[in-house]
Design a protein around this ligand. Structure first.
Ligand code: PMP
Length: 431
């Protein structure tokens, strides 16, 4: 596909915006470089670029766009808030309505607070956990992404029970020393870390279903073990459900597995495409937050009417019957179709799929943790990504990301995509 105008715009963007993008994952660094496609607009499950090319969209804006783009119900909600004032700086009924909707869907939420991004939500749960326990350290799992606040930009140390090191310039060694990182799905490593650091650990932070090194489900009993080990040490359990809330069911991973954390961070889907985050949990913990308690958290834009209305509208769509079945059905067609073609062209492909989200790894091994995802072939993935883009299918430009199905996707979109996969694999074989 010709992406002539994108190249010009990217050159211009690089003159004014650092790296030409406002979030690093939008650059094509993860696929060996190249020009990101500048989009003009989204229509349902499609994106249309500035040169008029149309793409089937599986990026879904990294998760939020589960309904597809410009859904009429969400459009109407946003238009209403535009005419009523987008920001009032006072409490509104919409915040009550939306908080009640979240609580009904996710039963571990006794009290919630709206913020503006997933980063803010996770960052604040950690602060509140520290305020509640009077302890400083957290334990997290390698390869999970929890936003860009200092504490979660800490890489694993040299062993499962060792303290971390900064994963970004500007994060201090002192902050890194507050974080221990262990492999996902490894309860023994968590136990060792808690044996060493348990009495200082405020919380164990986990993506209950990983979305950030592809889709990786917890092994049976893993989440129960996280709760058991953390609670035995007097530590809290925080679920980062920024990707998973309302992704797989009307509710969260907690409803899928029947396990409840003490606190939950949310974002993405619950904003219906507008900026949002939310955190919540047990009332006795949440009541440590200002104005009731000593843990400070605030926000000029928090709970703004536009995000509230868009989020409510999005959940109303997701509550309709058959929505998650549709996403699951299309996900299954994709999974089976891609695997059949990988077989035909003898390419090493494994797919991790949960309902309407999946990751295609170029590997011969099952992927159960970060190491497995890292070991998958990034060069084959980069080639695949570019072949798909050329044929009008927009995936996320990284082997660690998921494909997100949208309610707006149709079987015709899947057929189109599988034809593109066929052609991509054929071209890859000819290399
Ligand atoms: N947690 C998880 C699990 C995420 O996937 C992300 C974003 N990809 C975040 C937190 C941060 O959310 P945001 O980009 O809205 O700050």
């Amino acid at each position: 596909m010709d992406q002539h105008t994108s190249r010009e715009l990217y050159q211009e963007a690089n003159e004014h915006i650092v790296g030409g993008v406002n979030s690093p994952s939008r650059s094509f660094k993860g696929v060996g470089g190249g020009t990101p496609v500048f989009m003009d607009r989204g229509e349902g499950a499609h994106l249309i670029d500035v040169d008029g090319n149309r793409y089937v969209d599986f990026l879904g804006a990294y998760g939020p766009m589960i309904t597809g783009h410009a859904h009429p119900h969400i459009q109407a909600a946003i238009a209403k808030s535009a005419s009523e004032g987008t920001l009032l700086g006072t409490p509104t009924v919409l915040e009550n309505t939306f908080a009640k909707m979240l609580k009904e869907a996710i039963t571990s939420l006794e009290k919630v607070r709206f913020v503006n991004s997933g980063t803010e939500a996770v960052m604040t749960t950690i602060r509140v956990a520290r305020a509640y326990t009077g302890r400083d350290k957290i334990i997290k799992f390698s390869g999970c992404y929890h936003g860009h606040s200092d504490l979660v930009l800490v890489a694993a140390g040299s062993g499962p029970a060792t303290l971390g090191s900064p994963d970004s310039a500007g994060v201090t060694k002192n902050i890194a020393a507050e974080v221990v990182t262990v492999p996902f799905n490894d309860a023994e490593a968590l136990e060792r870390a808690l044996t060493e650091w348990g009495s200082e650990t405020a919380a164990v932070l986990v993506e209950p279903i990983v979305g950030n090194f592809g889709i990786v489900e917890p092994e049976e009993g893993f989440l129960e073990k996280v709760n058991e080990l953390a609670h035995a040490n007097g530590s809290l359990v925080i679920y980062d459900e920024v990707i998973t809330a309302f992704r797989f069911t009307y509710g969260s991973a907690q409803e899928l597995y029947g396990v409840q954390p003490d606190m939950t961070a949310m974002g993405k889907i619950i904003g219906g495409g507008l900026p949002i985050g939310a955190y919540g949990g047990r009332a006795d913990i949440m009541e440590r937050v200002a104005p009731l308690g000593p843990a400070y958290q605030a926000g000029t834009m928090s709970g703004n009417p536009a995000s509230m209305r868009a989020g409510i509208a999005c959940l109303e769509i997701l509550k309709e019957e058959g929505v998650y079945e549709h996403l699951d059905h299309l996900g299954k067609l994709l999974e089976e179709g891609i695997l059949a073609r990988a077989d035909r062209y003898r390419l090493p492909v494994k797919i991790n799929r949960l309902k309407g989200a999946l990751t295609v790894y170029f590997t011969t091994e099952e992927v159960k943790d970060y190491q497995g995802a890292e070991d998958s072939d990034g060069i084959l993935f980069a080639r695949f990504f570019k072949e798909m883009l050329d044929q009008g299918v927009h995936l996320a430009p990284s082997k660690y990301e998921a494909w997100f199905l949208q309610t707006a996707h149709t079987e015709a979109d899947i057929t189109f995509t599988l034809d593109a996969v066929d052609q991509a694999f054929q071209n890859m074989r000819e290399l």
